[in-house]
Design a protein around this ligand. Sequence first.
Ligand code: ADE
Ligand code: ZN
Length: 318
Amino acid sequence: MLPVKKIELHLHLEGAAPPSFIRALAAEKHVDLSGIFDAQGHYAYRDFNEFLRIYEAATSVLHSPQDFARLLAEVLERSAEQGVIYTEVFVSPEFCGGADLAAWRDYLAAMTEIAERMQGQGIGSRGIVTAIRHFGPERAKKSALCAAETAGGWIAGFGMGGAEAVGAATDYAWSFDCAREAGLGLTCHAGEWGGPESIRQALALGVSRIGHGVHAIEDPALIRDLAARGTVLEICPGSNIALGIYPDWPEHPIARLMDAGIRVTVSTDDPPFFHTSMRHEYNRLADAFGWGEEEFGQINRWAISAAFCDEATREGLR
Ligand code: ADE
Ligand code: ZN
């Protein structure tokens, strides 16, 4: 039996929007988004750059704090159905009023109300404010300021996603320093599309977690370093396979990274885009690597230790 209770650390709010939700919102607002769906009604993209484009197009129908609140409610309900008891959700002030602080406060208030209501229904959550790498360092600073000004409460972390090939993570050091000084936990996507050097640059930002980080497998010295630091990798195997980084589950390096002493965790990234769910991830990992209660129990304990919430909340998850 695989564990029923799951902790998820890496879930993009907009990327978790079911196509049916986006289609309904597009119809309400008279926006034509037909170009982003295939004949089956799924999100249609051929590669990562197209994925980012479709992602941003889908997000363009989310206009108001109320839209984001509805989306968060839907996403948390779906996560709870998967046995997730705590999730950390990437939210981007860029999509919530253009990273304007006053607007961001309104969006955040609407999302916080939903998060509190859903906590009462058995699923805890925290938000991680996310900069978007391909929007550049100057725009990232605006997101970091939004994060710093609203730190505490539901916002517990700061991170960065987007196109890893753009610039170096260290170009964004000002933003990460700003978020750290506000007491936020730090994570950065790296080693998804970039190699070991990209992961080293993210580590230089002072992050305790890396989003993906799978290309660490190519560098034994980096593996030793990550293991010694206790850096947690937010691994999203189904995402990596759907985007063609690995051909299939048995070739995914998560088990080798774990065996090498790295703290690995399992998340879905953008579930409807990648036709996955937390149960699907666990089942495929069990099939590919023979993982059972012991491995999934360890993964969830690492995830709880690495969560950006306060200690009392963490204790409640143990
Ligand atoms: N934003 C949403 N999903 C992402 C991914 N897999 N990599 C980088 N940025 C993202
Ligand atoms: Zn991600």
